[in-house]
Design a protein around this ligand. Sequence first.
Ligand code: ZN
Length: 233
Amino acid sequence: MLRRVVILLLLLSLLAPAGLYVSGLWRPPPRWDPWAVLDIRDTPNFVTPWKLARLEREPAACFAALEQSGLAMARLPDRASDSGCPLENTVRLEGGRAALSPAGPVVTCPLAVAWAMFERHALQPAARAHFGQGVRAVRQLGTYNCRNVYHRAEGRRSQHATANAIDIAGFTLADGRAITLLRDWEGAGPEAAFLRDARDGACRFFKAVLGPDYNAPHRDHFHLDRGRWSRCS
Ligand SMILES: [Zn+2]
């Protein structure tokens, strides 16, 4: 009898919050609520990947996330394409503390949000941990490019074809020191450790993260995208 009561109470304690949530009578704090708009400033948790994925399905929620987080990024008009390279829900990407160079590349809204999360919660903390200072600039090699994977004539379109990817060649620290993937990935010093931490951090917010460990074409850059295919190397 007692056992049945305990089981019943356990079930109730699990179901009651779910019932209250569905009925709208109770909500957890926004950062734990899968349906609340993502705030880029919140410390990431296990709900974050779900919230990031939702932004891809719901453009309005994506732009709300940018706005709510105080990130001023200029929204661009959609552009249809006959060649499989449409621009939909795009913005000009602005860095946070780290400026992008060249500045203002065109990216999808979900990629912009992932970038903001990456910079704030992974890149800058990694630089502070390894060098005691932040990153002031990021060297980017491009975002939007109407092409197939690996520039092949045949095959599937790259995530770059819809501005859903960014290639990163290196970083400049606050004191002006430059760190590049080509030169510093294979070292034993803090530069290599920093680049590995940056890669691992990127995997928390992007889908495919491809760097020098992936293959030779990526020996000089990180490819970061928000496509369907997940890979962290
Ligand atoms: Zn790329």
